[in-house]
Design a binder for this molecule. Structure first.
Ligand SMILES: NC(=O)c1ccc[n+]([C@@H]2O[C@H](COP(=O)([O-])OP(=O)(O)OC[C@H]3O[C@@H](n4cnc5c(N)ncnc54)[C@H](O)[C@@H]3O)[C@@H](O)[C@H]2O)c1
Ligand SMILES: NC(=O)c1ccc[n+]([C@@H]2O[C@H](COP(=O)([O-])OP(=O)(O)OC[C@H]3O[C@@H](n4cnc5c(N)ncnc54)[C@H](O)[C@@H]3O)[C@@H](O)[C@H]2O)c1
Lengths: 192, 192
């Protein structure tokens, strides 16, 4: 891990298994076996991508940690996410939902809180990850509320492009974009 | 359009607005104005990506065409897609659902047909685009049925990695992968 961090700091993009092995004081073939376990394939001649290897190592170290998640906006899309039982297979656990409307939804056994309970509940449950599934016009104000409440990672399903403070990470899943990809191929990267 | 196709055939990756203008017999500034309308930004010194420009032009020509879509597997996720009214804003129109269970779902005003009606309905409605939201174990056999019925584009929401005949295009949306991205950054490209 330290060897890779060092390489990344020096701005090295790829590394051969031979050089990486030397840096870690192990044999190249032992290293290649370990890397196979991570599924990482060195692209034959150019070696392994330092950034991808670091990410895979992070994932490996994180393997037994469960990431708690809240769903904000429990409409048809948010409800589907809260009903899905397989997130736990991948070490994600949805712990609660938040919505202006807290009436019980069929098939959801998790609590749904009002929006004014967000900051308190997020702190109490020690959650830093939120999935945003509110209507587009509510997206930016709700995202600001999430960040103020201590959320650091947002998976954004709304069409809105969110502006958040730097340390907060946002990943935008745009379903229409994925559908357009099948018709037109990769378009211009999204304008942020 | 022809100028760009010609460049792509020659394996040219990027083109400056100056060279592209010369190929199309227009002035460079007129061309730059047109391209702005497509939102395409030439990355300052290296110019415009030929592939992206071609895709944007395709999208522009396609602007008034509505792409008909069927949703296969109308569970919690498929239902959310069939309730969503905004697909029409982006020239997509969901016309029907297919499922083993055809009982009426609350809030869905579109017809849901049994799977044995797939080939006939897809041909009658002239649909070539399907969104796959069946359980993972049903994904591959249902995908084969889709292809046999005349579907040419599949947006796959199941965790299964589909193997389909070459001309059929598949785009895989993996929600867990998108969530992992927020924790670990870009991992190994998906193994197909
Ligand atoms: N359903 C889909 O297939 C789909 C596809 C693409 C994009 N999206 C996007 O995902 C988001 C959710 O879509 P949906 O179909 O579930 O919508 P929906 O209308 O069914 O659900 C929205 C939910 O957000 C709640 N809400 C509204 N304003 C709120 C606020 N200020 N604070 C907290 N909760 C609020 C509503 O009470 C409702 O429960 C939208 O932004 C939509 O554009 C959905
Ligand atoms: N809901 C989510 O948040 C979510 C998240 C990630 C991935 N997914 C994936 O999306 C898919 C759908 O998830 P869901 O939560 O809607 O599941 P679900 O169980 O609610 O719905 C599945 C639907 O498929 C139908 N079905 C089952 N076998 C079929 C077959 N052979 N032919 C036709 N229809 C069949 C069922 O009748 C049911 O209506 C799954 O593959 C799941 O792994 C869902």
């Amino acid at each position: 891990m330290n060897a890779l961090v060092g390489l990344q700091k020096q701005g090295v993009g790829t590394v051969s298994s031979h050089n990486l092995a030397a840096l870690c004081n192990v044999s190249a073939s032992a290293l290649r076996k370990d890397l196979m376990a991570f599924r990482s394939k060195g692209k034959q001649r150019i070696g392994y991508s330092v950034a991808e290897l670091l990410n895979l190592l992070k994932k490996e170290l994180y393997r037994d940690v469960v990431e708690k998640v809240v769903v904000v906006g429990v409409g048809s899309f948010g409800s589907a996410l809260m009903k899905y039982n397989n997130f736990s297979l991948y070490n994600f656990q949805i712990v609660a939902g938040f919505d202006e409307d807290t009436t019980h939804r069929k098939g959801i056994n998790l609590p749904i809180y009002k929006m004014d309970m967000l900051a308190e509940t997020v702190k109490e449950l020690d959650v830093t990850f939120a999935i945003l599934t509110v209507p587009e016009i509510a997206a930016q104000p709700v995202a600001r509320l999430l960040v103020e409440s201590g959320i650091e990672k947002i998976l954004n399903f709304t069409p809105a492009i969110l502006k958040v403070a730097k340390p907060v990470k946002v990943n935008h899943v745009n379903l229409v974009y994925e559908m357009e990809y099948l018709l037109f191929g990769a378009l211009e990267p999204e304008q942020a």
